[in-house]
Design a protein around this ligand. Structure first.
Ligand code: FAD
Ligand code: THG
Length: 831
């Protein structure tokens, strides 16, 4: 048997302890866990966490991680006391908006396979007798939610991990990271060095301080959050307080009152109250109490209570739970934990120091799930549950700047329980990254949303007048209020212009990489499923798979020269992965060196698409744009209006046309030249709203939404992008194994029967009355004149089968459709 690598974990909180357990379970037994504090009460966030585990989350991954955490902790026990107490979870609504939101959350829970039930006020009251049902309009009940006994869990996990060979050392502050040749070699605490092949920082809100030891940015902010325990309540008299496991002195369900940013749990005869109903309170490391001896009431993560921040929330508590009128605040503190720019956890490896990983900004709720995934990542190279929402590489450089992290993380605190529309943009900071065409877009009345710091037009108010001339059958139906948010009927006119005339799309935000060097072809051949050893000027749509044949990304790869490739990618994860692989290859075989450059910011791209695209572009370029001159999926270096460009003949909206790339400084002139030439033709600037509709009609998947590493190409309907008989690419063997049997689930195309009811994604889908899957993305299909949705569903469902989609508690009937809905013969796109 191979001897496993030496792993040092920094931090013995709920994350570090779970990770030691998950690693040792997988046979990696040479694990050392270091903590500056005593174990198990280290003084970190876990030491005072009240342990509420609400599983429902818009993210499938996070819901699964929470469910796993509950199951796992429930399986850990000492003297019959389990580390998880499934008292159930109740979220109550006191406003009509929240009641509607609970229906949406019921949809998330159901979509991800969690049993959940909407209840009326009376039932909410019977579940949680302390609430004033007159205030409550309804609730969401999840029976498997509950309370984690965090410190007991840490202790039980430590014992189990130690029984398999791990070592836990308290009182060992990490002061340095040892390295050699770009790799981590050990962890230093004062004069002691702990040798390590892999280091995982699970330092919680101290993550940035540990990151500083190697110059790594860890984008999280320690914020204070108030937690209060009341004096005993007569209604709870007789409930024992001192029992083994901090979650075991409760029988009332955990309770959320999101309209007032509050949550509640029982502690014996008392109630515990958590409040986010205060100003964000960022905490510097120098403001944390330095304590000699860590106790339940004295620890670095526990600050003095700022009573004024609880005045108003306390009234709201008494309103919802009238028995609190007869109680007082007993124990109270400002506890510290981590917030991040997008609210997500942070998992990943340092860019500069190989073998140095982080697993931070993780709630108790998700801790065991995250730890399992990180252990899988380390031991197997990939995790069973898709991790892209947690991946550190999701942040663009501009999003790692201190001011950005500070502002957005605090904003996340403020909005933690807010009702957030999936398209809702942050208000600030904005205009971080703008394409060269930005000014023109502003002049056209663009409605901008933001992605990766980029401003992207979703539609243009200047096109509103087109609606008057839009043929009757293209007029979009009215939408419900929710799906109408951040949308405009103008998108119908922009879609119409694209399908019938010609439109210009700003594609600048699409991640672009240049991969070059003598080893470039070899690298890309190894990383992708396609045949890239083709003539110069070829463009290939291809997939990157992980070792288990899960889809890591879908790319377009253009061969510019023998040794230079331009890649159209999906984001920072692709850059990160390809860069690491290139570095590995360069190190292993220096003569096959490869360089990877992110050219996104220095370049720009306009998609000119529509049946009249050729009429617009041909007069501006010496390049022959006829079918013979530049075939579908071919690229050319040429000029447009005298501006050096690369043209690629492909189209995510499924129409004739080209992506036109140039360097950033030429961008504005390129836009103006195309716009002027298009004027007589009636060219339309079009935005993402139309774009998304058109791509769904054409059946083009969006990575991260429609598919991810949990899916293989065949399931995702992308088997065509795997070159038959190609050897030697990552995921090949696993793909062959997986392909031996037909998949049981597939990404399917649905159309909505009534032609008007919208869904937005993440809704549960039922077949024959049973939960069968979930929606990935959806849009109104302007060309097909009905809403279109994609969904993961049983492969056995026949075409034309009827399914039902739950949308805010209502069932919408849809039909499984043959795809793509538009231009299946590729007549338009190859015209
Ligand atoms: P920690 O528990 O903070 O562990 C990190 C460890 O790293 C610490 O033990 C620390 O001593 C150690 N460390 C740091 N730096 C070093 C170093 N240089 N050398 C050695 N050791 C180091 N989450 C929920 O899911 N449900 C809840 O109900 C809930 N309620 C909360 C209520 C409050 C008041 C607060 C503040 C947080 C709450 N949380 C809750 C959040 C939750 O507590 C944290 O997200 C979670 O405990 C983080 O676990 P961790 O292991 O990452 O961090
Ligand atoms: N443009 C460029 N690169 C990209 C995208 C893009 N990379 C990321 C993302 N978008 C990739 N997604 C797709 C999805 C489908 C297609 C292109 C990029 C596409 N598919 C043809 C089809 O399925 O019919 C492929 C046909 C073929 O393989 O010959 O065009 O928007 N530059």
């Amino acid at each position: 048997m191979q001897i496993s690598p030496r792993v040092v974990i920094i931090g013995a909180g709920i994350v570090g302890a779970n990770l030691a357990d998950e690693l040792t379970e997988r046979g990696w037994t040479r694990v050392t866990v270091l903590d500056q504090g005593p174990i198990p009460l280290t003084g970190g966030s876990t030491s005072h966490a009240p342990g509420l585990v609400f599983q429902t989350n818009p993210s499938k991954t996070m819901t699964e991680f929470a469910a796993y955490t509950g199951r796992k902790l429930a399986s850990l026990a000492r003297d019959g006391a389990r580390a998880f107490n499934a008292v159930g979870g109740l979220e109550v609504a006191t406003t009509p908006e929240r009641l509607t939101e609970l229906k949406r959350r019921h949809g998330f829970a159901t979509a991800w396979g969690l049993e959940a039930r909407l209840v009326d006020a009376a039932e909410a009251k019977s579940l949680h007798p302390l609430i004033d049902e007159k205030l409550v309009l309804g609730g969401l009940h999840v029976p498997s939610d509950g309370l984690a006994s965090s410190v007991l869990a840490v202790e039980l996990l430590r014992e189990r991990a130690e029984s398999r060979g791990a070592t836990f050392l308290g009182g060992t502050p990490v002061t340095g990271i040892e390295r050699a040749g770009g790799k981590v070699t050990g962890v230093r605490s004062a004069d002691t060095v702990f040798p390590a092949d892999i280091v995982v920082s699970a330092a919680g809100f101290w993550g940035p301080a540990v990151g500083d030891l190697i110059g790594m940015t860890v984008p999280l902010i320690p914020l204070a959050h108030q937690y209060v325990t009341t004096t005993p309540l007569a209604e709870l008299a007789g409930h024992p307080d001192q029992v083994l496991g901090s979650g075991n002195n409760a029988s009332l369900p955990i309770l959320r009152h999101q309209d007032q940013d509050l949550y509640f749990r029982q502690h014996g005869e008392r109630l515990g109250i958590g409040s986010y109903a205060h100003r964000p309170i960022p905490v510097g490391y120098d403001e944390m109490p330095a304590v000699d001896r860590i106790t339940e009431h004295s620890m670095p993560s526990r600050l003095e209570f700022t009573a004024q921040d609880f005045d108003q929330p306390w009234k709201a508590c008494q309103q919802l739970l009238p028995s609190l009128h007869n109680a007082a605040i007993d124990d109270a503190f400002n506890g510290i934990f981590s917030f991040t720019p997008d609210g997500g956890s942070l998992v990943g490896e340092s860019r500069d120091l190989k073998g140095f990983f982080i697993a931070e900004a993780v709630w108790v709720t998700h801790s065991a799930g995250v730890a399992k995934a990180v252990a899988e990542l380390l031991v197997n190279g990939h995790a069973e549950t898709d991790l892209h929402e947690l991946d550190l590489a999701r942040f663009e450089e501009i999003q790692l700047q201190p001011d950005y992290v500070l502002e957005t993380s605090q904003q996340n605190f403020v909005e933690i329980y807010d009702i957030r529309h999936p398209l809702e943009p942050r208000q600030s900071p904005r205009r971080l990254r703008v394409s060269p065409f930005h000014q023109r877009q502003v002049e056209l009345g663009a409605f901008f949303l933001e992605t990766g710091g980029w401003e992207r037009p979703h539609w243009y108010e200047a096109n509103a007048s087109l609606l008057q001339h839009l043929p009757q059958d293209w007029q979009p139906p009215a939408r419900d209020a929710w799906s109408a948010k951040f949308d405009s009927p103008i998108a119908a006119a922009e879609a119409h212009a694209t399908r019938t005339n010609v439109a210009m799309y700003d594609m600048t935000a699409l991640k672009r990489l240049e991969v070059s060097g003598p080893g470039a072809l070899g690298l890309l051949q190894r990383l992708t499923t396609g045949q890239l050893d083709k003539s110069i000027g070829s463009v290939t749509y291809t997939l990157m798979l992980d070792e288990a044949a899960g889809i890591k990304s879908d790319l377009t790869v253009a061969r510019i020269t023998d040794t230079l490739f331009q890649i159209g990618a999906n984001g920072g994860l692709d850059l990160d992965y390809i860069t690491r692989q290139a570095a590995g290859q360069t190190e292993a075989t220096p003569q096959q060196w490869v360089q990877v450059r992110d050219t996104t910011g220095g370049t720009c791209c306009i998609g000119v698409w529509g049946p009249h695209a050729r009429d617009l572009v041909q007069p501006l370029t010496p390049q022959d744009l006829s079918n013979e001159g530049l075939k579908y999926f071919r690229a050319a270096s040429t000029t447009v209006a005298g501006i050096p460009v690369r043209l690629m003949r492909l189209s995510y909206v499924g129409e004739l046309g080209w992506e036109i790339y140039t360097s950033a400084e030429n961008g504005l002139r390129l836009w103006d030249a195309l716009w002027a030439a298009g004027k007589p033709l009636g060219v339309t600037a079009a935005g993402r709203s139309a774009f998304n509709s058109l791509r769904l009609e054409k059946g083009y998947r969006s990575w991260g939404t429609d598919m991810d590493t949990e899916h293989d190409p065949v399931q995702a309907g992308l088997g065509f992008a795997v070159r038959p008989n190609k050897e030697g690419f990552i995921g090949k063997e696993a793909l062959e194994l997986r392909s031996a049997q037909p998949p049981t689930t597939r990404l399917r195309c649905l159309t909505i029967d009534d032609g008007t009811s919208m869904v937005l994604g993440k809704e549960p889908v039922f077949a024959n009355g049973q939960r069968a899957g979930y929606i990935t993305s959806a849009a109104f299909g302007h060309t097909v004149r009905k809403p279109v949705a994609y969904a993961w569903l049983p492969a056995a469902l026949a075409e034309n089968a009827k399914v039902e989609i739950e949308y805010f508690g209502r069932l919408i009937t849809a039909t499984v459709a043959a795809e793509p809905l538009v231009d299946p013969e590729m007549k338009k796109i190859r015209a």
